[in-house]
Ligand binder design. Structure first.
Ligand SMILES: Cc1ncc(COP(=O)(O)O)c(C=O)c1O
Length: 359
């Protein structure tokens, strides 16, 4: 399994610094909500260009905390793309609200033209997901959000470091969630996540939801959850944040290599769009006969992923809605994710391109 080894490769390259940060944290005797978490929150807020960041356990919790703090719950609806990790939809369902799935456009992100017709009195939020690291059309989404007075929430789990009009994703919506799962653009060696926002009032509610609902003097004011970012992970993330821009540069370089060298008109490459900086968490190609190509690649030792084989609206918990989303189903059935992690060997890239061009 050549391509699942990236987090370990990164760890081995940066072992000395990472172990040093872990050791310092253990030696400090402070393991929960202490110096590293606070400093990471400030440093990540500065990186994103937002006022507030809250470290949490993972992005699924981050999205749940955002929605609960906005008052989203039973009898409400939340609009989102079906073409996403199931986690996005699960966070909505866990609040008691109903996810309203929308199809995607040719950037594989939520099709903004389909949103307005789904808005009604129950609609409480629109979630956009910057899928694969490709930013959504945020100006258009903000216009729609403003017109209907429905807050926009960004799922940046795959887009840390992506930019729209030179501003980081995660700084446009009312609030945004981020994932630090080991394979993400900004990652730790375990679970981790964050919320970013510019809203002071939402920030003070979300801080409570993160930790049991505690307000002043540890007096529970709302029914919160326990979803803290651990000090050890925060210390690793503080180091990894220093390397994120160089890592994204590597991802973009590999994407450029694919764009320049894959020459097969049966294979559709990801769109390059003006004023949107794609961070290439994933490089997804689209083609017919996907399974045949997967077989050929497997024979050569390349075990590649698919994001996502089963769209959210087709999964057991949601399928009863009998919804058909043509573009979403089309990409699910016809896409392959090519390896794009920083440090991938040139000879492997050459081999993959050759297989694709001969296909
Ligand atoms: C788009 C998207 N949203 C949410 C999540 C959930 O992230 P986490 O595993 O940190 O809860 C993921 C993780 O894969 C994701 O890709």
């Amino acid at each position: 399994m050549i391509f699942s080894s990236y987090p370990k490769k990164y760890y081995l390259k940066h072992k000395k610094n990472i172990l040093n940060n872990i050791k310092k944290t253990l030696d400090s005797g402070n393991y929960i909500n202490s110096e590293n978490v606070k400093k990471f929150e400030d440093e990540f807020a500065n990186y994103l260009g937002v006022k507030y960041v809250i470290g949490v356990g993972n992005a699924t919790d981050a999205l749940y905390i955002i929605l609960k703090s906005m008052g989203v719950g039973i009898n409400h609806e939340v609009i989102l793309p079906s073409h996403t990790a199931i986690a996005t939809a699960i966070s909505v369902s866990n609040t008691g609200a109903k996810p309203i799935f929308i199809d995607i456009g040719d950037d594989y992100n939520i099709d903004s033209n389909l949103i307005s017709s789904k808005i009604n009195k129950k609609t409480k939020a629109i979630i956009c997901v910057h899928i694969y690291g490709q930013p959504c059309d945020l100006n258009r989404l903000k216009e729609i959000s403003k017109m209907h007075k429905i807050p926009l929430i960004e799922d940046c789990s795959q887009s840390t470091g992506s930019e729209y009009n030179n501003k980081k994703t995660g700084s446009f919506g009312l609030a945004s969630c981020h994932s630090f799962f080991p394979t993400k653009n900004l990652a730790t060696f375990g679970d981790g996540g964050a919320i970013s926002t510019n809203s002071k009032s939402l920030f003070s509610k979300m801080i409570k939801y993160r930790e049991y609902g505690w307000g002043k003097n540890r007096n529970a004011e709302v029914v919160g959850i326990n979803s803290r970012l651990d000090e050890i992970h925060a210390s690793i993330l503080r180091y990894n944040l220093k390397n994120i821009d160089i890592n994204i540069k590597h991802r973009i370089k590999i994407a450029d290599y694919y764009h320049q060298n894959i020459k097969n008109n049966k294979i559709l490459l990801p769109k390059k769009i003006m004023n949107r900086k794609h961070s290439y968490h994933l490089f997804v190609i689209k083609l017919k006969n996907r399974n045949k190509l997967l077989e050929v690649l497997k024979k050569e030792g390349f075990f590649l992923g698919i994001h996502y084989k089963l769209p959210a609206h087709k999964q057991k918990i949601y399928i009863k809605n009998n919804l058909i989303l043509k573009n979403t189903e089309n990409i699910s059935n016809n896409s392959i994710s090519l390896p794009i992690y920083p440090g991938i060997e040139l000879n492997n890239l050459k081999k993959i391109v050759k297989i694709l061009n001969n296909f």
